[in-house]
Design a binder for this molecule. Structure first.
Ligand SMILES: [Zn+2]
Length: 401
């Protein structure tokens, strides 16, 4: 048996959740008897188990295989700009415990990591149940070393060797990834992403980020920086962006931009129900309060949300012309809360800007997963890495050659 074939079969079973021997042979172009031998071996090692049976085209019911959920527990951490989520999951990403806490990341990495360690330390028991740690973070990541290179608009996060910090502290394999990719992976496993091979997962919160899937795999780009959709220029003479460029779509369509646009209009005396108590102070302006006002007929709120949708739709039109995806899955507070006020104009602009042939079958949907998806996805990322290690280490240990 070729080691890389074993890893490939195990990884396919993991990414699909359930897989049949015949399906695996079809997808890999390996001989069915050879796939059967690999699966038998993975079963004997305790990595793969048999589950239910599913109908097959020839009428014989196929046995479905899955990765053993008991291979180990995982800790998944998502560090966002305003909150941290920590989950413990089984090996398949099923959540056993979830902790949420609010945080101001601009207080610096030491302050934030201190809070994270306070949550994580009690979870790492001495029985060795936890096998790995996944961290999804909103900063810009150097993927090879698991370093936070910098964090746009946030102070105190330059060249932070996050992977090394966690591995030194807990002695467990740690994966650090961009939080949008972590969320996208959870969407693939537990949400709507599993139905597509070529799609973009776009999150619109304080900023705008994207994860791009090509032929069922993440597209990382030469330096791992692919997916910076928020920094697509839509106005080359536009306002300055935190990245140093002008006219990035993030300046016009992010949650931060929506709140800032409403605030500026209020300061200029534009009539709005948002001026009434309790929303008369800036700190009461949130995406939720703006959407509430829009629902009650406030024109300013409706216009700002709609314009933000148009701007993002314009940027997505460029993306669709470049990648011709099957689907765009939107997530984050803005599309999940603002819904029609944002999505209608987004869809109109997207269909106006992109090739008709590229958008006629394009499906734009909003994620239904909760805010813990980034932490779950981070756990799944470390599980994928561990699974490869388990496959290989069993061989090198001479358990079964
Ligand atoms: Zn920018």
């Amino acid at each position: 048996m070729n080691q890389s074939d074993v890893v490939r079969i195990a990884s396919l079973i993991y990414s699909q959740g359930l897989a049949s021997r015949a399906g695996l042979a079809e997808q890999t172009n390996l001989a069915p008897s050879y796939v059967g031998t690999i699966v038998k071996d993975l079963q004997q090692k305790g990595l793969v188990a048999e589950g239910d049976r599913a109908p097959s085209p020839r009428g014989r019911r196929r046995v479905l295989l899955h990765i053993n959920p008991g291979l180990g527990e995982l800790v998944g951490i998502r560090i966002g700009r305003a909150n941290i989520r920590v989950v413990v999951t089984d090996f398949l990403g099923k959540v056993r415990t979830l902790k949420k806490l609010h945080v101001d990341v601009s207080k610096g990495q030491e302050y934030v990591l201190d809070l994270v360690h306070q949550q994580v330390k009690p979870l790492i028991r001495h029985d060795g149940a936890v096998k790995g740690i996944g961290v999804g973070i909103s900063g810009v990541i150097g993927r090879k070393r698991g370093t936070v290179l910098f964090w746009p608009k946030v102070q105190g996060w330059h060249d932070v060797p996050l992977k090394q910090i966690f591995e030194d502290c807990y002695g467990l394999p740690t994966v650090v990834e961009d939080s949008v990719r972590a969320m996208a992976l959870a969407e693939c496993r537990f949400g709507q992403g599993g139905a597509y091979r070529d799609f973009a997962y776009v999150t619109i919160g304080v900023g705008i980020g994207a994860a791009v899937f090509v032929n069922g795999n993440f597209y990382f780009g030469a330096d791992g920086l692919a997916g910076e959709l928020g920094h697509t220029t839509i106005d080359e003479r536009g306002e300055m962006c935190s990245c140093g460029n002008r006219g990035c779509v993030e300046v016009y369509a992010s949650g931060w931009a929506i709140i800032d646009n409403v605030r500026r209009a209020l300061q200029q005396g534009v009539t709005s129900t948002l001026l009434r108590p309790p929303d008369r102070h800036d700190e009461h302006l949130t995406i939720e309060s703006i959407v509430d006002a829009a629902r009650q007929g406030d024109r300013l709120s409706q216009n700002v949300l709609s314009e933000a949708g148009t701007h993002l739709g314009t940027a997505l039109g460029t993306f669709v012309n470049l990648f011709n995806p099957q689907s765009i899955i939107l997530s984050g507070a803005v599309p999940q809360v603002a819904k029609t006020f944002f999505l209608k104009s987004l869809s109109q602009a997207l269909r106006h800007r992109a090739f008709h042939r590229s958008v006629r079958n394009l499906i734009v949907v909003v994620s239904r997963l909760g805010g813990e998806s980034g932490a779950i996805g981070a756990a799944l990322l470390v599980a994928e890495q561990l699974l490869r290690k388990f496959c290989i280490s069993n061989y090198s240990d001479g358990v079964r050659a």
